[in-house]
Design a binder for this molecule. Structure first.
Ligand SMILES: [Zn+2]
Length: 251
């Protein structure tokens, strides 16, 4: 169920409450305006603090039909059918799963049903992060593997998505698949920052280390980094490289 928002983020009392894009029920919902992360993200791009601990406000959820989305006033034309169907009802009623994880899985299910497989993978990975925080390792593993299947079921992946697939495989202990996927990306000569992250992944996979690591541990310390203009920035993976630069204040 939605977490009550702090008073400062509530809409003014004279503005109407948002209405669910699926069932039209009005409800009070948190409005999330994140501050930019200050800490380096994990290798699967889970953001650092202060964003990291705000997951309970990333999605809104309708108290009536259970539809969950970043903005529940918006819904894909096919969302109503997905929300009414048995698989969605079972998902939101699965009380052995953490409520916040169910909210991410609910959004993932709607995305999958409406054909947005990569976005569904992302939302499923978010459910795994919730399980990480609660120490529910089996759920973390199984949701990471579901996320990998969704990524692979969608359109061709860019380098950033492949890095996240590698990390999800590593963190779920799928060593052979993780190693083969990482080696294929390494051999495709990605941009330097991607190559460094993949290098760390390969070392972690070889050590069968399924733990959390940040991109900060993949990159050399600032004094020894080559100037950004010396880096080979290929078209592929440029978004990831740009993000790495932003996180480390260069470029
Ligand atoms: Zn609703």
């Amino acid at each position: 169920m939605p977490v009550p928002s702090p008073a400062s983020s509530r809409p003014p009392t004279d503005s109407p409450l948002p209405r669910c894009g699926v069932c039209n029920t009005a409800s009070r919902q948190p409005v999330f305006r994140p501050n930019p992360p200050e800490q380096a993200p994990d290798l699967d791009l889970r953001p650092g603090e202060p964003v990291r601990s705000t997951m309970s406000r990333w999605l809104q959820q309708c108290p009536s039909c259970g539809y969950a989305a970043p903005d529940i006033t918006r819904a894909h034309p096919a969302a109503a059918q997905a929300v009414a169907a048995a698989p969605f009802r079972a998902l939101v009623a699965e009380t052995t799963h953490p409520p916040l994880a169910r909210r991410f899985l609910a959004w993932a299910h709607v995305l999958e049903e409406t054909g947005a497989l990569h976005a569904a993978a992302e939302a499923t990975l978010h459910a795994a992060w919730v399980a990480d925080d609660l120490g529910r390792e089996e759920l973390s593993r199984s949701w990471r593997q579901e996320a990998v299947a969704l990524w692979r079921g969608g359109p061709p992946m860019d380098d950033e998505q492949t890095v996240r697939v590698v990390d999800a495989l590593r963190r779920s202990g799928a060593w052979d698949d993780a190693a083969a996927t990482a080696e294929a990306l390494r051999d495709a000569m990605p941009a330097e920052a991607i190559a460094q992250v993949i290098g760390l992944e390969l070392r972690l996979i070889a050590a069968e280390d399924a733990g959390r690591h940040t991109v900060a541990s993949a990159l050399p310390p600032p004094a020894r980094r080559p100037h950004a203009s010396h880096q080979r920035i290929a078209g592929r993976g440029e978004g990831f490289v740009a993000k790495l630069r932003r996180w480390f204040g260069r470029g």
